[in-house]
Design a protein around this ligand. Sequence first.
Ligand code: GRF
Length: 191
Amino acid sequence: MRKTRLAVFASGSGSNYEAIVEACRDGRIDAEVVLLVCDKPGAKVLERAKRYGTESFAFTPKEFESREAYESVIADMLDEREVDFVCLAGYMRIVGKVLLSRYEQRIVNIHPSLLPSFKGAHAIQDAVDYGVKIFGVTTHFVDETLDGGRIIDQGAIVYEGSDIEELTNLIHNIEHKLYVKTINKLISNKL
Ligand code: GRF
């Protein structure tokens, strides 16, 4: 039987990309990652993709006329590879109309806060600055708003320390498990 085909979009380190690929490899997710899309040509995630043998597409948004222009190229690549679902994993861009319309309800994201609190690029630091004690992670469908869209899963942790690095690692560990859970729901049509 044909395996579900995933694409991962990432801009940074790629620990979530790696967690997804590992889960596909050891059977915790019955799917395969067929494409990594990255908008930062020097990002560490590209090294990880090379190591795992995932085809990657690295692009520089500024070299395109518009978001529509680069999203059309990406959407064509997804179609050609018969991608079923797109998992954003630290992709630091708003997804626009082109991808959203062609992959409606098939694009999900993971964010390191209990949404709708602390949207944006500095969610963990913002939560710490606010004095939060219960931290968390959210997976959600993607729409055209920053970290918006219907929530799928959440995980939480109580942390009262002051070591942001330790907290970030704890949150990443939750992310890696939560994304596997969400992708399994997604590919088995349980959403
Ligand atoms: C994660 O915290 C994710 O929730 C956020 O960006 C970070 C990416 O980390 N959207 P990594 O590149 O997967 O290690």
